[in-house]
Design a protein around this ligand. Structure first.
Ligand code: ATP
Ligand code: MG
Length: 367
């Protein structure tokens, strides 16, 4: 028996595998990248942005560090989001960003094997999925499993894996809304639309520029959304915030007051489109499945689900109870992590065959 064979027998294969490998769960979204490592919990939660030197094209900062520069960049620096609407828009920068976060997530022990379960949008194309896989390959992950977001979100929101009754989950991220109906851990219907919470930021910026003559930065728009937005009529529509930016006409610094009532009118069309997405999916389901979902209600995940009044709004619009999962931003990564405990389900639901990539040493330990 070889040395590795003997050691395997002595330690037990799984113990050895865990000693030498990081089992990662990666939710790389258009707004943030969240990575959990088996046994250590969430180790990365940073904005999905990179700062780039405009002259050399070199990436000079990633994640939190790049986010701090956004809107206040030095002359030759620009901060960009390499993922747009949940898919790879800038391959090189996505690769660099993922590589950076994976290094951050890595524990001191594991040097030569990393495997990852990554979430992908339901309606991602083969080309888009290949781009993500290639990025993972370059971040030296030896095995990559890709799971549809809806599946991961349902598991992470506490829907039991062997539940024979249907559940419906809507994940509202920065750039996308993903709705899925699930039975026994498998997706029976899903929809993904490229609309999300960041569209509210963009709508706020647009409205202020066109109606109030003030150009504001994306971080200011985000702050307005977090502090004033609500999906139902605001409790106090006159509640206001003074925001600063640049006057459209004079080009000089300027400021205006924005009320919760104004933010509400900006937010409404986007919230309505999200509700429409859910309604369209529900309308496609068989009566039995619809009945299960009526009993259980709709589960909301993703950062956008935290918007005040959104559960109440969806409950009213759709005529069934909607509730926000615990820690909704982490639901997907939680679901992905739980799949490590369910190897059979993982094999069944992964969109790609286990993908032996470049790390040849690691294959000695794979089953
Ligand atoms: N309380 C809140 N109200 C409204 N929006 C919120 C709130 N908290 C977080 N968000 C928004 O949630 C979004 C981030 O959510 P999340 O991390 O799920 O997105 P993502 O997974 O990166 O994006 P995607 O899944 O679309 O690629 C941001 O746009 C953020 O502004
Ligand atoms: Mg997401």
């Amino acid at each position: 028996m070889s040395f590795i064979g003997k050691t395997k027998t002595f330690l037990g294969l799984n113990a050895l595998k865990n000693l030498v490998s990081d089992s990662m769960a990666i939710d790389m979204g258009s707004a943030s990248t969240i990575i959990a490592v088996r046994g250590r919990g969430i180790v990365v939660d940073e904005p999905s942005v990179v700062a780039v030197n405009k002259v050399t094209g070199e990436v000079i900062a990633v994640g939190n560090e790049a986010h701090k520069m956004q809107g206040r960049e030095a002359r030759d620096v620009t901060v960009i989001a390499p993922l747009v609407d949940g898919v790879v828009a800038d391959f090189e920068r996505t690769r660099t960003m993922l590589d950076h976060f994976v290094r951050e997530a890595r524990s001191g022990l594991s040097h030569f094997s990393r495997r990852a379960i990554m979430s992908v949008l339901s309606e991602v194309t083969q080309v888009e999925q290949r781009a993500l896989l290639a990025a993972a390959e370059e971040a030296r992950i030896s095995r990559v499993y890709m799971i549809e977001e809806g599946q991961a979100a349902a598991i992470g929101a506490g829907v039991p894996i062997n539940d024979e009754k249907a559940a419906a989950v809507v994940d509202i991220g920065g750039g996308t809304t993903n709705v899925a109906a699930i039975i026994s851990g498998s997706i029976i219907a899903s929809r993904a639309e490229r609309i999300g919470s960041s569209d509210i930021d963009v709508a706020i910026m647009d409205r202020l520029r066109r109606h109030r003559g003030l150009t504001i930065g994306v971080q200011t728009a985000e702050r307005l959304k977090l502090e004033l937005s609500s999906a139902t009529e605001p409790f106090d529509p006159s509640k206001k915030l003074n925001v600063r930016g640049r006057d459209v006409q004079t080009g000089s610094p300027g400021a205006v007051d924005i009320t919760a009532g104004e933010v509400y009118t900006i937010t409404q069309p986007i919230i309505r489109r999200i509700a429409e997405e859910v309604r369209t999916l529900l309308a496609d389901l068989s009566p039995e499945v619809a009945g299960d979902i009526y009993d259980r209600g709709l589960i909301m995940t993703g950062g956008g689900a935290s918007m005040e009044g959104l559960a109440t709004y969806l409950t009213k619009e759709l005529g069934l109870t909607a509730r926000v999962a615990d820690d909704p931003r982490f639901a997907i990564v939680r679901g992905l992590s739980q799949l490590y405990e369910e190897p059979l389900l993982l094999r069944r639901v992964a969109r790609t065959e286990p993908h032996p990539l470049i790390d040849t040493e690691a294959t000695a330990f794979e089953t």
